[in-house]
Every structure is written in structure tokens, then in C-alpha cells.
Design a protein around this ligand. Sequence first.
Ligand SMILES: Nc1ncnc2c1ncn2[C@@H]1O[C@H](COP(=O)(O)OP(=O)(O)O)[C@@H](O)[C@H]1O
Ligand SMILES: [Mg+2]
Length: 207
Amino acid sequence: MRLLGLTGGIASGKSTIAQMLREDGVPVIDADLLAREVVEPWGPAIDRIRARWPDCVGPDGRLDRARLGAHVFDRPEELAALEAIVHPLIEAEARRRADALAREGRPLAFYEAALIFEKELERGLDGVLLAAVSPEIQLARVQARDGLSESDARKRLAAQLPLEEKLRRARYVVWTDGPIEQTRGRVLDLLRTLRRPESPAHPEEPK
Ligand SMILES: Nc1ncnc2c1ncn2[C@@H]1O[C@H](COP(=O)(O)OP(=O)(O)O)[C@@H](O)[C@H]1O
Ligand SMILES: [Mg+2]
């Protein structure tokens, strides 16, 4: 099975593309969903979170997100400790799911995650598809979707890896600047390319 990453900045169109892939029958493993699952009551991250921040887990195994948020907010070391607990669990679960899809005989699947390049997860993938959006359109989408002021939206975007670097590291790129139907057309074109029998496992195709 070929496992491709699907990444991009905030509001770049990752989840929109993921939905189009699913509608065409291609499974997409969602890192955001796994991140929520590992902290469900008595989920795999809970014991370790409780060991470090005992006041954040109730007797029912439920995570108190507000308290945990207060521990890690503006404290890079605490945040790094939390990520060191949660990220490996997410990645292990993603790997388990990918293995299960491969055993089912699926030829192709995607792993949708915002931080594939930042966390250097490319090694475990057979290429990465970047959802790319021009900065000004991205700014407008973040404001519209998340109800942020322009300056807060700019701050969020500034915290991300620059688009140029992501473009350099991606094997495939789908620009989402246009209307949704244009994005869908590009996704379906890409799937046709990937499904061609002669399509090699590690193609060096033009972006
Ligand atoms: N051509 C397009 N392709 C993808 N998303 C678009 C497009 N035009 C507008 N959008 C909107 O951009 C917003 C962000 O898309 P989303 O898929 O949620 O991004 P992400 O998952 O990367 O944060 C959504 O509200 C989506 O409807
Ligand atoms: Mg999303």
C-alpha cells in the first residue's frame, strides 16, 4: 500500500481535500481525531498525563482540558512534555491503522496531519501532498472560519513553517485558492495519476 501524507497550514484546505478523497473511496487517517481519542477517559495518554499533572485527571479518567491548558499555556517546556506524551501515541495508532488498511489490500491511503514537515514524519510516508493556499486568501479564510481579528489571524500564520519550504518538501501540491469545484477537479486528477498502473511507488513528478 502507498501511504501519502496530507498536510498544509491552517485553513489551507486539508480537511476539505480529505473529504473529497474519502468520497472517492480512499481512506484518510485523521491525526486530529487520533489526538482526541488518546485523551478520551482512560485513553492511552491519560495515565502519563496524570503522573505529571495530577490535578488534570478526574477519578473517572476524564481529562480536565482547561486545567491542562493552564499548565502548558506560555510554558514551552510543559508543552514539550505534553507533546512528548501525546505525539508518539498518535503516530503509533496511525501506523496501526495504516497497517490494517494494508492488510485489507488497500492500494492507497492518506495520513492527514498539520505537522508532517515540522515533525519530520516524511520518512514513514511514500510522499506528501501539500494543500497550498496563497497567504492573503489564507488570512481571509482563517478570519472567516475561526472568527479572528486580522492581527490574531496574522499571528497564527506567522507561527507556521513558511509556504516556500513546504512547497519544496512536498511531492504533490494542490492549490486551493480557487472555488471548491476546482479543488475537487485537481484532487480527482491526482488520484487518476496515482492509480495508473505504471505509476511508480516513488515518482518524481512535476508539481
Ligand atoms: N477551493 C477551496 N478548497 C478548499 N477549501 C476551501 C476552498 N474555498 C474555500 N474553502 C474553505 O476554506 C476553509 C478551510 O478549509 P479546511 O479544509 O477546513 O482547512 P484545514 O483543514 O487545512 O484547516 C473551509 O471553510 C473551506 O470551505
Ligand atoms: Mg482541518
